[in-house]
Ligand binder design. Structure first.
Ligand code: ACM
Length: 381
């Protein structure tokens, strides 16, 4: 058979989450270009069909339908906000396509036609909770953006905190298209409660507004940090120097990860997209999921989802974060949890790196007290 293998790309270049999604688009393009430079798959190049869904769930749904219908694409790579994944899902069903989703999310989902390559809560929330309670305390304040991921992610975090007799002092949400003034109320709440940590599930452009308001309020981030799963190198790049200092993020990959594979990936990324292009965990997942797709395509010899899926189940790959594996039971990915703290130069310094690959548990059935990542919690009295 001649011609290119067409794949769909749905990453926003505009709207609330354009910053982080642009890093995912870059990760995807880097993988495609490397694969094509090495001869493509079975002698045929990958050809991305690219649209900008502008951070709008409605556009995600419409463009997914276009890709899988008019454009003849079988697999889509994309989505960041869970609301956009949920909008694409019915189109994946209707057209019998595949979605490769490279973003951490709230869990509690399994779809036979979706592969989830970002962290599930047992691969980031649990580790972050543990790190916070060992090092800062157990009085939490939650702040999030107003959509599904923050509500669900906060519910999971609240369960973890309460299991070890920690406290959630308050929980507050700001609009997705927030303005700096939306954080006035949040700053008042932080002042009132004086928590040990602020757990933030704010996403996209609001992240810089929140961290800036926190910084300007004069809070001491060394003692009371903001801890997040969604504040990456991309959101920090939107802040003034020093604003992000001392805050925490849990993720399987950071730009500053000191391994040969990570360094090589970061060097290739910056050589292609510029020295200032942020390299994020979501970009790394976007990159390696194309590599997994290409390997499955090579083995299957067809881009028909029915032919591809059996080759993806249990597939392993030496990703920049470490060797990862698609869990055949739930289509999520075995990943390497880490916690990092932002230094004075705005760079993540990895502060907790257990070098353990963790199996995804999207349903978080037993947020297992006997799991070592949890059982080692020590709570301040
Ligand atoms: C997210 O909405 N999954 C970050």
């Amino acid at each position: 058979m001649d011609g290119a293998w067409r794949i769909g790309m749905l990453y926003s270049r505009s709207g609330v989450t354009a910053g982080i999604e642009s890093t995912q688009a870059n990760g995807t393009l880097l993988a495609v270009e490397q694969i094509n430079a090495a001869g493509g798959v079975l002698g045929r190049p990958l050809e991305p069909v690219i649209y900008d869904p502008a951070s709008s769930p409605r556009l995600y749904g419409q463009l997914a339908a276009k890709l899988l219908g008019e454009d003849g694409v079988r697999s889509i790579f994309g989505c960041y906000m869970s609301s956009t994944r949920k909008a694409v899902m019915p189109e994946i069903d209707a057209h019998r396509g595949l979605l490769f989703y490279a973003t951490l999310y709230e869990g509690f989902e399994y779809h036979p036609r979706i592969f989830y390559t970002g962290a599930a809560p047992n691969q980031n929330s649990m580790q972050l909770a543990r790190y916070i309670m060992e090092n800062y305390g157990h009085r939490f304040l939650f702040i999030g953006s107003n959509y599904i991921f923050p509500y669900e992610s906060n519910r999971v975090m609240a369960d973890l905190v309460r299991q070890v007799k920690g406290r959630v002092l308050d929980e507050v949400y700001v609009p997705l298209d927030c303005q700096p003034s939306d954080f006035d109320r949040v700053i008042r709440l932080i002042r009132k409660h004086e928590p040990d940590v602020v757990f933030s599930t704010v996403v996209g452009k609001g992240t810089a507004m929140f961290y800036t308001a926190f910084h300007e309020a004069g809070f001491d981030a060394e003692k009371m940090p903001i801890a997040s799963l969604t504040t990456s190198e991309a959101e920090i790049a939107e802040m003034s120097p020093g604003v992000a200092c001392c805050h925490l993020t849990a993720a399987p990959f950071f730009e500053g990860l000191e391994t040969p594979a990570a360094r090589q990936f970061v060097a290739s990324f910056k050589a292609r997209f510029g020295a200032d292009a942020p390299v994020t965990a979501c970009a790394e997942a976007a990159y390696f999921q194309v590599m997994l797709y290409a390997e499955a395509l090579t083995r299957a010899g067809s881009d028909d989802p029915e032919a591809l899926v059996p080759h993806l189940l249990g597939l392993e790959y030496d990703a920049p974060q470490g060797r990862i594996r698609i869990d055949p039971d739930n289509h999520h990915t075995e990943l390497w949890p880490r916690v990092a703290r932002v230094d004075r130069n705005g760079r993540f310094e990895v502060v907790w790196n257990p070098e353990v690959r963790i199996k995804p548990e999207p349903y978080f059935v037993e947020p297992t007290l006997d799991d070592w990542t949890f059982a080692r919690l020590r709570i301040k009295k």
